[in-house]
Every structure is written in C-alpha cells, then in structure tokens.
Design a protein around this ligand. Structure first.
Ligand code: URA
Length: 239
C-alpha cells in the first residue's frame, strides 16, 4: 500500500498532512528516510516509523464515537450529516456497530471488524446497552417492575427483562435503562408502553465499553487494547 495511505489509516493525520510529513523526512522505512508519499510499502514486513515511533499496522481498527444529536447512523444521507462524516480516517470498510436515532446521542462503536460487529449485534448474544434518558412524566416503582417483567411494545414477543433505575433528581437525566436487545426505537417504545415519552436519550455503554467522559459530542478515539479484548470476550448479559 502507499506510504501516505498507511500513515493516514494509522491516524497520523489527514492525507495532506501525512504527505507533508513524509516530504519533510519524518518517516523511515526499515531505518531509511523515505520522502515519496506514493512509495509502496508492506506494513506486515517492513518497519515503518514516524518521528522514530514504530507504527504497528493492524488490519482492524476500533473507534468509540460520541454521536451528537442531529446526525444519522448511516454512510450517506441527503438531509443530515452522517456519523461517518465525523471520522477522519481513510480506512475502507468502517461501519457503525448498530444504530442510534437522529435525536439520540452517545456511544457508537465504529469498526471494520465485521465479525466483532456481527457478534455484538447478534440477537442471540444479548449484549447489554445502557441508556440514560429524560422522561416526560414521573417514573414509578411499578414501571421498574414492568420493565423487569418485559413489555409488550407491539412486536411478536415481549421485550427481554430490562433494568430501569430511577436516578437522583437534579441531574441531567431521570432514568437509566439497561437492555440486552436492540429492537427498533426500543427505549422510546418501552416508555410509550408505560404511558411516557422520551425527551432526551443518551447511550452510555455497550457491553463492556463505556462512553469515555473526556469525549465531547462529535469526538472519537481509538479503543484501547484492553477495551477491544473485553469486547471480544464479552459474556452474555442479563438484567
Ligand atoms: N432506543 C431508541 O428508542 N432509540 C435509540 O436511538 C436507541 C435505542
């Protein structure tokens, strides 16, 4: 692959920025400075360094993205920005893991590892997702019991048991909900089933990975090796 593409894929900078770095002599291949951005390299066989730092090329990349409200979880959209517009990486095959509604914010994983994505979304795996929400009215202990028993939301089967926690008053959100499925508009439809509507919705966790509190809406970072390992060895969750 081209040297500039490799560096851009490794998040060293935009394609233009990495071309500049290469021409300035910041990059070595097997110890020799290379200044041609279109030089063909084999990252599996050659040692590529930028400012002396070894760039370990990996086939798969994993990002945690803080999806802001107002963007759609898709690759293309005629009306709105998409989540992919925020990801400044030329790596092919990147896709969001599942989807969040246009007006939902929070944690969205983005990867080119189709197998991990499939496993996290598989209905058989029951990977937990945790949301915080602002609700139109008062949530009661009866609602907590109804969520725990599973709700009729207009599908063929009831929802799986979900954990509804009422949060202390005064915070930005009223409730925290943990579900182990990913049905269409699930949280909104569960609250509709108990006569409430969701005013704000934020996903704060998916499986073992929690939204990094240092990220702002629209920002993303690579997952750490520990986070990737934990996702890959994800235990089936229950509520
Ligand atoms: N449930 C919803 O209703 N909306 C989302 O975006 C995610 C879960």
């Amino acid at each position: 692959m081209r040297l500039d593409k490799l560096l851009a894929d490794m998040q060293i900078g935009t394609r233009n920025k990495v071309k500049q770095l290469i021409r300035q002599g910041a990059v070595t291949v097997d110890g020799a400075v290379q200044t041609a951005p279109d030089l063909k390299v084999d990252p599996n066989r050659q040692k590529i360094c930028c400012f002396g730092k070894d760039l370990r090329y990996t086939e798969y990349v994993y990002y945690m993205f803080y999806k802001p409200k107002g963007c759609v979880t898709a690759h293309r959209d005629a009306m709105h920005p998409t989540v992919m517009d925020y990801i400044d990486c030329g790596r092919r095959g990147l896709s969001p893991v599942g989807r969040l509604d246009l007006d939902t914010e929070g944690l969205l994983l983005i990867t080119n590892d189709g197998e991990l994505s499939h496993n996290l979304l598989s209905p058989a795996k029951h990977v937990s997702k945790v949301y915080e929400a602002k609700i139109s009215g008062c949530v009661t202990k009866e609602d907590v019991e109804k969520f725990a028993a599973g709700l009729e939301i207009g599908d063929e089967s009831k929802t799986r048991p979900a954990k509804l926690e009422i949060l202390p008053q005064g915070g930005p959100f009223d409730v925290r909900v943990t579900v182990t499925e990913g049905r269409y508009h699930q949280i909104k439809r569960m609250f509709a089933a108990v006569g409430q509507s969701v005013l704000e919705l934020k996903r704060i966790r998916m499986g073992s990975v929690a939204l990094d509190p240092s990220l702002h809406p629209g920002e993303y970072r690579m997952l750490s090796d520990e986070e990737i390992k934990a996702l890959k060895t994800q235990e089936e969750a229950g509520c």
